[in-house]
Design a protein around this ligand. Structure first.
Ligand SMILES: [Mn+2]
Length: 351
């Protein structure tokens, strides 16, 4: 494990602008988690990825790319001063990932050949539950110290344990979910904890989530759209096409952001799937869909959310998959991650 430093020393290291060691922590300096206000929990998990792979490499690639970031944020000032620690990835999840991924591929192959789901399905479901339990325990340990917790995935199944831990602390909160997909499929391909099922599971299991607000959705099946409608007051969807239509008709992005935010309660969890963004920002993500938000639009939505007086109680960033050739996806991911940190800390009066 790389050496970790107290906050005062990290701030000095960062502000001196020295080139970071390759194994340095978030933004280029390794903060002792005990001194952090916000802990980023890496979840290198992608068992049920259904199209392009690689998102289990996301946390490490984002951490490395974060060394290139400048510290000042135009919207949120100096979030790093509140203490952001990217904790060490836990071996448990990485060790579960590969065998579960292989088992999942066997299942997907059988389904594609029109066969019945093989025994490997149970293995994937068991491993998924173990990952959820593990993330839940990590998150609970962070929250019990009065600190903020966030998950860096991994595919979109990664943050379920965090949301579960938050639901024990907050009786009523909303989720702002940015994504190209609803992720409302029940046990997609038989995988109970599929990346495509996360919000089906959350809405079924966490009654504390009073409102799910989905933004940028543009690739979905009828059943998911029906399910969202059947959630009634508990869900509000801002489809990609609807957002574009509003803009084409002359509504400002500011006004659209405020309509989105108005649908959220006082306490908000943010779930950010990088494929909410237009694919030029995330060409290697597992299931890219043309259209989507620009980096500036997404950042401004977070800025308005933090300004709205609501509290962001936690967040995740998922589905960032580093390219083989370059750092672009991870670079964008690191910048979105820093925005999420800034918005969260600002909303809590911590930066
Ligand atoms: Mn997703």
């Amino acid at each position: 494990m790389a050496k970790q430093y107290p906050l005062a020393q990290v701030v000095v290291q960062l502000e001196q602008g020295r080139p970071p060691e390759p194994d340095a922590g978030f933004l280029g300096a390794a903060l002792d988690p005990a001194e952090a206000g916000l802990l980023l929990i890496p979840v290198p998990w992608e068992a049920t990825t259904s199209y392009g792979g690689g998102t289990s490499q996301g946390p490490q690639a984002i951490l490395k790319a974060s060394h290139q970031l400048d510290l000042e944020d135009a919207a949120f000032g100096q979030p790093y001063r509140a203490g952001i620690s990217f904790i060490e990835a836990d071996d448990t999840i990485a060790e579960l990932n590969l065998p579960a991924r292989e088992a999942a591929l066997t299942v997907i192959e059988a389904l594609e050949e029109g066969k019945k789901a093989p025994a490997e399905l149970a293995l994937v479901n068991r491993a998924s539950e173990e990952v959820n339990r593990h993330v839940y325990q990590q998150a609970r340990a962070v929250l019990s110290q009065g600190k903020l917790a966030a998950v860096v995935g991994g595919d979109h199944a990664s943050p379920q344990g965090l949301i579960q831990a938050l639901a024990e602390q907050h009786a009523d909160f909303g989720i702002l979910h940015l994504d190209a997909h609803h992720d409302l499929r029940e046990a997609y391909e038989g995988f109970v904890c599929s990346h495509a099922s996360i919000f089906f599971n959350v809405m079924a299991q966490q009654a504390q989530v009073s409102r799910l607000v989905q933004v940028g959705i543009r690739d979905y099946c009828r059943r998911e759209a029906d399910y969202a409608r059947d959630l009634g007051e508990r869900a509000r969807v801002f489809y990609g096409a609807e957002l574009f239509r509003s803009k084409a008709g002359g509504e400002s992005w500011l006004s659209i952001c405020d309509r989105i935010i108005a649908a959220l309660p006082q306490q908000v969890y943010v779930s950010f799937d990088i494929d909410a963004l237009d694919p030029p920002y995330c060409p290697n993500t597992g299931t890219p869909v043309p259209g989507g938000l620009s980096f500036d639009e997404a950042s401004y939505l977070l800025e308005r959310l933090a300004q709205s007086g609501r509290q962001i109680i936690g967040f995740d960033l998922c589905e960032v998959a580093p390219g083989k050739e370059d750092e672009w996806d991870a670079n964008v991911g690191a910048r979105i991650l820093y925005k999420l940190c800034g918005a969260t800390l600002r909303s809590q009066g911590m930066c």
